[in-house]
Design a protein around this ligand. Structure first.
Ligand code: NAD
Length: 458
């Protein structure tokens, strides 16, 4: 697809949006119900497609992708009337008589660009917000998850309104052609490298952007933590969600030095409980998405600064794109694995002496998308909450803030801008129009020229 074809697609959607037919609540509910029907009819096909792209266990695709889209849709159907209603605000006595309200309106024609790691969720979740808010949408799934991209391109025209929702498949050239167009919003999920290109393209038209990016998400573990529970929750957040290929996977651990050996022992035994003696044979561990990411990860492991720090795992099988769950201890801070987002099954543990040292480590680096802290001490929770900044934070667990629909999900600083989920998705794709209503009654002449000397003294 070239620039001309992209322009034609956007032109058709814009005409459709201008006709006004995406604005009524009935249309929005119809589209959301169509998504619910798609989920119900095609659950197995979705699981197969994601399996074919990532060898992701079907259970993970259900709990971490399909069910989340379903929840988002159901909430939007239930709450849409309330979300669409104007919000009354008070006006000052000086404006008497008057009334004021905030009226949410759709932005227009929006572009959603998705990443490959949760290829169904990251395409459909923003799309749900966009149609709930009454927009026309172009969805560009990731070419690195081709089976899911293909499935979306096949199913969406079958279930949703073709005149207002459209899927464009492709990679860099197709996305570039789309980015060349004028949009009313671009919602992008992916790397910060590409986010800069997205933002530069958007700036040509002053198009607002939401950027859902990544980074290195730390997990701080202090000596009071219940290590059995903490290790299960860290292991499921790291290896149980797409084998570490998730934006909110714990990227590294900052552990109190007094518990580090017990921590490694417990994490290792948790891994055995989850995936057996030979994780390669486990059906519950996703594979690395492709050879290029496999090579990137093995290079991180084989770097001279890192090789000797492996305390568990490290095995790999290139033919099957498998890398074992791997734990590393006290990797030097300037090693590549501590410089870039890992996005894979490698988990470095660094020791700290105090919680302040952990906090200083985190704040000396770009603000993460998520931060986890495991502790029973109120003082530690308070310090970490007060003295660090992150897109989201979870105390004594990992990743679960993503599923709380009333919490805004998004980054801060280098981990992104803008947020979505639940009502936040609706707001993300809406403009909150300020409306002041007055009558012709009580027209106070003092505000009009000429400003006589009497008026100036008032
Ligand atoms: P990516 O940036 O390579 O690709 C994302 C999208 O951008 C794809 O649809 C791709 O086709 C498109 N794209 C790639 N190169 C492009 C170019 N040169 N010009 C225009 N478009 C281009 O990202 P990825 O590898 O798919 O995703 C991994 C990153 O995404 C990680 O950093 C991860 O943390 C982040 N992520 C964030 C979230 C979140 O919700 N915050 C979720 C998942 C992944």
């Amino acid at each position: 697809m070239g620039v001309e074809e992209a322009a034609e697609i956007v032109g058709c959607l814009r005409a459709s949006f201008r006709s006004g037919h995406t604005k009524p609540r009935a249309w929005r509910v119809q589209q959301l119900e169509a998504v619910l029907m798609l989920l119900q009819d095609r659950e197995k096909e979705i699981q197969q497609a994601v399996y074919s792209d990532l060898a992701k266990p079907p259970y993970e695709t259900f709990t971490g992708e399909v069910a989340l889209v379903e929840n988002a849709c159901k909430l939007a159907v239930k709450k849409l009337k309330e979300w669409m209603s104007p919000e009354k605000v008070s006006t000052s006595f000086a404006l008497y008589p008057s009334s004021a309200e905030i009226v949410p309106e759709p932005l227009g024609v929006v572009l959603v660009i998705a990443a490959w790691n949760f290829p169904f969720l990251l395409a459909m979740d923003p799309l749900v917000g966009a149609v709930a808010a009454g927009n026309a949408v172009v969805l560009k799934p990731s070419e690195l998850a081709p089976a899911t991209s293909n499935l979306l391109a096949r199913l969406i025209p079958f279930y949703l309104d073709n005149s207002a929702v459209c899927v464009v498949e492709g990679g860099v050239s197709e996305t570039s052609a789309l980015l060349d167009q004028k949009w009313d919003k671009i919602f992008y999920t992916g790397s910060s490298r590409v986010a800069k290109l997205v933002m530069a393209a958007a700036s040509k038209h002053l198009t607002p952007v939401t950027l859902e990016l990544g980074g290195k998400c730390p997990a701080i573990i202090d000596s009071s933590a219940d290590l059995r529970v903490a290790c299960r929750r860290i292991a499921v957040g790291k290896w149980g969600n797409n084998n570490g290929q998730a934006c909110i996977s714990p990227d590294y651990i900052l552990a109190d030095e007094s518990i580090v050996h017990k921590l490694i022992e417990t994490l290792t035994s948790t891994l055995k409980e989850f995936y057996g003696e030979d994780p390669r044979a486990s059906p519950d561990l996703a594979r690395i998405v492709n050879f290029s990411h496999f090579t990137r990860l093995t290079k991180l492991l084989d770097h001279p600064s890192t090789e000797s720090t492996i305390v568990h795992g490290g095995q790999r099988d290139e033919k099957n794109l498998y890398i074992a769950p791997t734990i590393l201890l006290n990797v030097p801070c300037d090693a590549p694995i501590m410089k870039e987002e890992i996005f894979g099954p490698l988990l470095p543990i660094l020791t700290v002496k105090t919680v302040d040292e952990a906090v200083n480590f985190v704040t000396a680096r770009p603000k993460p998308l998520a931060l986890y802290v495991f502790t029973k001490r109120k003082s530690v929770k308070d310090v970490v909450l007060r003295d660090t900044s992150a897109g989201g934070m979870v105390v004594n667990d990992t990743m679960l803030h993503f599923v709380v629909l009333d919490l805004p999900f998004g980054g801060v600083g280098e981990s992104g801008m803008g947020a979505y989920h639940g009502k936040h998705s609706f707001d993300n794709f809406s403009h909150r129009k300020a409306v002041l209503r007055r009558s012709f009654f009580a027209d106070i002449l003092a505000r009009y020229p000429p400003y006589s000397s009497l008026k100036q003294r008032l």
